[in-house]
Design a protein around this ligand. Structure first.
Ligand SMILES: [Zn+2]
Length: 140
């Protein structure tokens, strides 16, 4: 049997009610953006059940959680060397936790080391960077 007009009509209403969760597909189905799945659109209870499902709740939590961003290595290198902090200090648990507290993942020491040479070449005029390699490899 074909769907009644009323059961089809409420799909956009569900999507409008939870715009961060659902979109209406071209086939007039309810598509959960968070779970990348089509939710049964026949009954409102199935929409609500889906919203309360473990899968959906987890997807929503993951969506809301701020994702740690990798700080640009160049920024870290410049700051650390300018403050006379050797790059191996990036491995210090407290330094790592400070970065995480600020919502970032600290770049790897090895990643920073590999960039120092090319940064120094580009910025030969910058005396701090020119000394950078000495700081990094000298203080171990
Ligand atoms: Zn979902």
């Amino acid at each position: 049997m074909a769907r009644t007009a009323s059961s089809i009509a409420k799909v956009p209403a569900d999507a409008a009610e939870f715009p961060t969760d659902f979109v209406v597909t071209s086939g007039n189905s309810l598509f959960c953006k968070l779970c990348s799945t089509v939710v049964c659109n026949e009954r409102r209870s199935s929409v609500l059940n889906h919203r309360n499902s473990t899968k959906h709740t987890r997807a929503k939590d993951a969506e809301n959680e701020p994702r740690p961003t990798l700080l640009p290595a160049e920024k870290v290198i410049t700051s650390f060397l300018s403050a006379d902090i050797p790059l191996y200090k990036l491995n210090n648990p407290q330094v790592k936790s400070l970065f995480q507290f600020m919502g970032y993942n600290a770049p790897l020491e090895s990643c920073c080391r590999s960039r120092v040479a090319s940064m120094a070449e580009k910025n030969m005029a910058d005396p701090e960077l020119a000394q950078g390699e000495e700081h990094i490899y000298g203080h171990r």
